[in-house]
Design a protein around this ligand. Structure first.
Ligand code: PXP
Length: 253
């Protein structure tokens, strides 16, 4: 059964729209935990467009589940993580002009520098996860980097039209998960998951945690964060089998 990491970046997005003090991500992390979040994820971006340094410090002090710090593989961020000591660091690619993280890391090209960064974080007792596409060459490079975890990018699955194309993307994620497990890598997944498409991913054997943000925060506007997390958690821990999941994977099974 997969666990649920809730990404609360967009609580900070609302605050930063007015550059004021509310809403406070740390307070909403508590509500997410009350709703059943197994972990809290935030992305401290180089441009600080949503989460701020003070947020991660407050969250480190108040999160009772696990704090997963998403960040770019830069010297500045590695330094912050080493001081903060979150439960996990997820390294992601970052481009200033992007709306959200686009595509996985190119671990193959990152070579020795990435290996050193992974070593310095894991040497400080912080497990590292690499956010990558379901591509076997990239996954082998993840293993070679020494990172203990990968987070499989589910964006292509989430963006695919329902039916055959989505089933194909699902099959790639299933195969990638198996490949990782055979190489000894632990597997998380996320990006673009919604209440409509999450169940097929939650049902993949070997995926340990799903990181989900935007759809939960969007639903929270209507029902409150605690309830929105509770609704998502119910789908993640008890996904319907593919054949009962309308529209997904019909051609696949
Ligand atoms: N995982 C990673 C590595 C991400 O960068 C993001 C977006 O910040 C997510 C998961 C969550 O994606 P979404 O907001 O689409 O659920």
């Amino acid at each position: 059964m997969a666990s649920l990491g809730v990404n609360i970046d967009h609580i900070a997005t609302v605050r930063q729209a007015r550059r004021t003090v509310e809403p406070n991500p740390a307070s909403f992390a508590l509500l997410a935990e009350l709703g059943g979040a197994d972990g809290i994820t935030v992305h401290l971006r180089e441009d600080r467009r949503h989460i701020q340094d003070r947020d991660v410090e407050l969250l480190k002090a108040t999160v009772r589940s696990r704090l997963n710090l998403e960040m770019a593989a830069t010297t500045e961020m590695i330094g912050i993580a080493q001081m903060l000591k979150p439960a996990m660091v997820t390294l992601v690619p970052e481009r200033r002009e992007e709306v959200t993280t686009e595509g996985g890391l190119d671990v193959v090209s990152m070579g020795t520098l990435l290996k050193q960064q992974v070593q310095s974080l894991q040497g400080a007792g912080i497990p590292v996860s690499l956010f990558v596409d379901a591509n076997s060459e990239q996954l082998r490079a993840c293993r070679d980097s020494g990172a203990l975890w990968v987070e499989l990018h589910t964006g292509s699955y989430a963006d695919a039209p329902w039916g055959a194309k989505q089933a194909q993307e699902l099959a790639k994620l299933i195969e990638a998960t198996q490949h990782c497990r055979e190489m000894g890598l632990r597997v998380n997944a996320g990006h673009g998951l919604t209440y409509q498409n999450v169940e097929a991913i939650a049902a993949i054997p070997g995926i340990e945690e799903l990181n989900i943000g935007h759809t939960i925060i969007a639903r929270a506007l209507a029902v409150g964060l605690e309830q929105a997390v509770r609704d998502m958690k119910a789908l993640v821990v008890n996904p319907r089998p593919l054949e009962q999941n309308p529209g997904i994977g019909k051609e696949f099974i």
